[in-house]
Design a protein around this ligand. Structure first.
Ligand code: 4AD
Ligand code: MG
Length: 464
C-alpha cells in the first residue's frame, strides 16, 4: 500500500506489512555495518520516517550512497517497530527508487542545519521543506479548518465577500488601487497615463475588510462570517503588518458589545484547543525551538477568563504604571503596540479585551455610546503581539450613523447601500475581525508575521 508518512508512523498499517512512501530526503547516514539510514519526509506530519537501506539493494552503491537532502524518492519495504528513540516505526527497504536528484547538493539552500529566518524568507519557495515551515503550515491549516468548524457548529454561514470594491471599509484611506494594463491602449488624460478610473471606467480598490459587505448578509442570515484575503497599503516595516493578510470576520445580528466579546473569547479558545489536540507533534517542536512554554501558555489561556478593561481605565493604568513608554499615553490617543503589550503582558499576563475607545480614533461604523465620547469598540490584545482582534457593536441608528459619516467626511450617497440596512429593518448587531497571521504568530510564538504566511507581501517584498 502507498501511504503517507503520517499514516505509517501512526500505525495505520499492520506491523510487518508492506508499505510504500513517497517524499523528499531529509538526511542520510551510513553505518559501518553496511546499511544506510535515509530519513524521508512527505510533509504529512512533523516527523520524517526512517528508511533502512541494506547494501544488498541493487542501486545501493550507485544511487543510495549518493542521496542528499532534497532528493525525491519512492521507498518500498516492510514496516517494523523502530529501535530508535522517538520513532514508532521504520521501513526496512526492499527498494528505493530515486525520482529526482538535487542538481548541486553543495549549493542546495535547505541544508540539514538551522537556517536564519531572514535567509529563509529569501527562498520562500523552498522553506516549506524546513521543520519550522512545515510545522507552521500544518498549524495554519489546522486553525483555518477549526475556524470553519466553529462557525459551522454554531450556525454561521460563510459569505465570500468581494476583493475588488469601491468602499474604504475602515475609512483609513490605505488602499491599493486597481489598474488595467492594456499596454497597447493606455488610458490617457492630458498627455499622461490616467489610472484613476480603471476598473472598467470606475475607480476601484483591493478590499481592506469584508465587514460592510458581510453586514448585509448578517441582516438577513443572522450569523455570518467572511474569511479571505484583505489588503492594506500602510507602508509599515513592522513585524506585525503585512500588505496582504487574511482576516476572519464574524458578524452577529441582535448582538451587543458584551456578546461580541464573549464570542471572540470562546472562538479563540476553540482554536487554541484544536491546535493542542490536533497538532501536538508540531507544537512540541515549536516548544523546543521557538517558544519554550508554547503549549502550557495556550493551556493557561484556555483555562482562565480573558480580562476585560475599558479604554479609560487602561489609560489610567498605563499612566500609573511607572513604565517609560516611547509614545505618549493620554485619554484620546490610540494605544500603541508597546501600551497594548504592557497591558496584556505586564498587567494581566493573559489576553485582554479593551472596550469603549474614544469615538474619534475609531471607524465611522462603530456604535456611539451614551456618553457621546466613546464608541462600543473592542480590541483583543494578546501577550507577545498586542492587538489580534478588532471589533465593535455597529451603529444601527440611521441618524447617528449619518452624523458620524459627516464627521468623517464620508459621502452618504456613496455609502447609500450601507445606509439601507438602517432604513429597512435595522437591528443592533456586532462583529469582529481576527487577523489570521497575527493569530499564527501568537500560537507559534513567531517574532515576525512574514513567517506566518506562505508568500509574504510587504514593502520591498512581492517576489514570486
Ligand atoms: O482592527 P481592524 O482594522 O478591523 C477591521 O478591519 C474590522 N473591519 C474588523 C471587523 O470588525 N469585522 O483589523 C482587524 C484585525 C486586527 O486586529 C489585526 O489582527 C489584523 O486584522 N490586521 C492586520 N494583520 C496583518 N497586517 C496588517 N496590516 C493588519 N491590519 C490589521
Ligand atoms: Mg484595529
Amino acid at each position: 500500500t502507498t501511504t503517507s508518512v503520517q499514516q505509517a508512523l501512526a500505525g495505520h498499517i499492520p506491523e510487518g506489512g508492506e508499505v510504500t512512501v513517497r517524499g523528499w530526503v531529509r538526511t542520510r547516514r551510513d553505518s559501518k555495518a553496511g546499511l544506510s539510514f535515509v530519513n524521508v519526509s512527505d510533509g504529512s506530519c512533523f516527523s520524517p520516517i526512517q528508511v533502512v537501506a541494506p547494501s544488498a539493494l541493487a542501486n545501493y552503491e550507485s544511487e543510495i550512497k549518493r542521496l542528499t537532502a532534497g532528493c525525491s524518492v519512492i521507498a518500498t519495504g516492510t514496516l517494523v517497530k523502530s529501535q530508535g528513540q522517538g520513532q514508532s516505526y521504520e521501513i526496512q527497504a526492499e527498494s528505493i527508487e530515486v525520482v529526482g536528484w538535487v542538481e548541486d547538493p553543495e549549493t542546495y539552500p535547505i541544508q540539514p542545519k538551522a537556517h536564519s529566518l531572514e535567509f529563509l524568507r529569501e527562498v520562500a519557495h523552498l522553506r516549506p521543506r524546513t521543520n519550522l515551515f512545515g510545522a507552521v503550515t500544518r498549524i495554519r491549516h489546522c486553525l483555518a479548518q477549526a475556524a470553519h468548524r466553529y462557525f459551522h457548529e454554531n450556525g454561521y454561514f460563510w459569505i465570500n465577500t468581494p476583493i475588488v470594491t469601491t468602499s474604504d471599509a475602515e475609512g483609513a484611506g490605505q488602499m491599493f488601487r486597481i489598474s488595467t494594463l492594456d499596454l497597447a491602449n493606455l488610458p490617457m488624460r492630458e498627455g499622461k497615463v490616467d489610472f484613476s478610473r480603471d476598473f472598467f471606467g470606475k475607480e476601484a480598490f483591493l478590499t481592506v475588510s469584508g465587514q460592510l459587505n458581510v453586514e448585509a448578509f448578517c441582516l438577513a442570515m443572522s450569523k455570518v462570517y467572511t474569511f479571505g484575503p484583505t489588503f492594506r497599503a500602510e507602508n509599515s516595516h513592522t513585524t506585525r503588518h503585512l500588505a496582504e493578510f487574511w482576516m476572519i470576520e464574524p458578524e452577529i445580528a441582535f448582538a451587543d458589545l458584551a456578546e461580541n466579546a464573549r464570542i471572540s473569547e470562546e472562538f479563540l479558545k476553540y482554536l487554541f484547543r484544536a491546535v493542542l489536540d490536533e497538532r501536538a507533534d508540531d507544537m512540541a517542536f515549536i516548544a523546543e525551538r521557538v517558544q519554550k512554554d508554547a503549549v502550557t501558555r495556550l493551556e493557561g489561556f484556555i483555562n482562565a477568563p480573558f480580562e476585560r478593561i475599558e479604554y479609560t481605565e487602561a489609560v489610567s493604568l498605563l499612566q500609573k504604571s511607572g513604565h517609560t513608554f516611547e509614545f505618549p499615553v493620554e485619554w484620546g490617543l490610540d494605544l500603541q503596540t508597546e501600551h497594548e503589550r504592557w497591558l496584556t503582558e505586564q498587567h494581566v499576563g493573559r489576553p485582554v479585551v479593551v472596550t469603549n475607545y474614544p469615538e474619534h480614533i475609531k471607524a465611522f461604523y462603530m456604535r456611539l455610546n451614551d456618553d457621546g465620547r466613546t464608541v462600543a469598540a473592542m480590541d483583543v490584545l494578546a501577550p507577545g503581539i498586542g492587538e489580534i482582534i478588532g471589533g465593535a457593536q455597529r451603529e444601527e441608528r440611521l441618524d447617528v450613523l449619518d452624523a458620524r459619516m459627516d464627521q468623517f467626511g464620508l459621502d452618504r450617497e456613496h455609502y447609500g447601500w450601507y445606509r439601507d440596512f438602517r432604513r429597512y429593518g435595522t437591528v443592533p448587531h456586532a462583529g469582529f475581525g481576527l487577523g489570521f497571521e497575527r493569530l499564527i504568530v501568537y500560537v507559534c510564538g513567531l517574532s515576525n508575521i512574514r513567517d506566518a504566511i506562505p508568500y509574504p507581501r510587504a514593502p520591498g517584498q512581492a517576489e514570486y
